[in-house]
Design a protein. Structure first.
Length: 260
C-alpha cells in the first residue's frame, strides 16, 4: 500500500506543478504552492480512506493545504496583477526549451514530495501523533503566520513608498522574513515526523529539508543583489542593511553578497 500511495502523492504534485508549462517561473512559485496544497489534500484523503489518521496528522495535512493555498494564491495574484513585478527583468526568462522545462518540472515536483514526506512517514509508520507531531504543528503554524504577515507588510510598504523596500514592522527582525517564515514552516514539518522516519526514508526527508534551506538562501541572495542594484546608493537602505540580518533574526549575518 505504501509505495502505491506514495506514487499517488507524486502524481498529484506533478499535476499541480505542471502549471509551470504555462509560465516557467511558476514551476518554482505558483506551482510550488499548488503542489504542496494538492499533496496535503491527497494525504488527508488517503489517511481517511485507510484509517491511518488522527487529529494531529489531520492538522498537519490541513496546514500543508493552508500553506500551499495561501502561498500559491498570493503568488498568482501578484504575478497577474502587479505590473512592477511582471516588468522585472529577473522574472522574464523568455522562451525556455521544452527539455529544460521538463527537467525543471520533474526536479521540482519530486522535491515537493520530499518536503512533505515527514507527514507521510508519520501517517504510514505509526499512524498517530505524539509530542514531536504537536511541536511540529506549532512551529509550522508559526511559519505560516510569519510568512503571511511578511507578505502583507511588504505589499503595504510598497504601496506607501515604491521607491524603497519594506523596512518596518517584521522587516526590522530580518530583511527576508517571508523566506524565514517558509523555513520555519518546513522545520515544523520536518520535526513532526523526525521520530517516525526509518532507513532510506531519511534520504528523502533530508533532501526535502536541505533542499528548501538551499533554495531560501539562494532566494535571499538574489533579493539582496536586486536591492543593492535598486537601493544600494540610498543612505537609508545602507543603514538598514548594515543593521538588519539578511535571513535569520537575531543572528548577525548581514550579507550573502560579498561586495555590496
Amino acid at each position: 500500500m505504501f509505495p502505491a500511495n506514495s506514487l499517488i502523492l507524486i502524481i498529484v504534485g506533478a499535476l499541480f506543478c505542471s502549471i509551470g508549462f504555462y509560465r516557467f517561473i511558476w514551476f518554482m512559485s505558483v506551482g510550488y504552492g499548488l503542489a504542496i496544497a494538492g499533496i496535503g489534500m491527497a494525504m488527508l484523503v488517503l489517511g481517511i480512506i485507510h484509517h491511518m489518521i488522527d487529529l494531529s496528522i489531520a492538522m498537519l495535512c490541513i496546514l500543508a493545504i493552508a500553506y500551499g493555498c495561501r502561498l500559491g494564491g498570493f503568488l498568482l495574484i501578484r504575478d497577474l496583477k502587479v505590473t512592477s513585478y511582471n516588468t522585472r527583468k529577473d522574472v522574464k526568462v523568455g522562451k525556455v526549451p521544452l527539455f529544460v522545462q521538463v527537467i525543471m518540472w520533474i526536479f521540482m515536483f519530486l522535491l515537493y514530495y520530499c518536503e512533505t514526506s515527514p507527514i507521510w512517514y508519520r501517517m504510514n509508520n505509526i499512524g498517530h501523533g505524539d509530542i514531536f507531531a504537536w511541536i511540529g504543528i506549532i512551529i509550522a503554524l508559526c511559519g505560516i503566520v510569519l510568512e503571511a504577515i511578511a507578505d502583507s507588510q511588504k505589499n503595504d510598504a510598497k504601496k506607501k513608498n515604491p521607491a524603497l523596500p519594506a523596512m518596518d514592522g517584521i522587516y526590522k527582525l530580518c530583511r527576508c522574513p517571508n523566506y524565514f517564515g517558509e523555513l520555519v514552516f518546513w522545520t515544523g514539518v520536518f520535526i513532526s515526523g523526525v521520530n517516525t522516519i526509518h532507513g532510506a526514508q531519511w534520504i528523502i526527508a533530508l533532501i526535502g529539508y536541505i533542499g528548501i534551506i538551499v533554495i531560501m538562501i539562494s532566494g535571499a541572495k538574489r533579493l539582496e543583489k536586486r536591492h543593492i542594484k535598486n537601493y544600494g546608493k540610498l543612505p537609508v537602505y545602507q543603514e538598514y542593511a548594515s543593521k538588519t540580518p539578511i535571513l535569520f533574526p537575531f543572528i548577525p549575518l548581514y550579507h550573502f553578497v560579498k561586495d555590496e
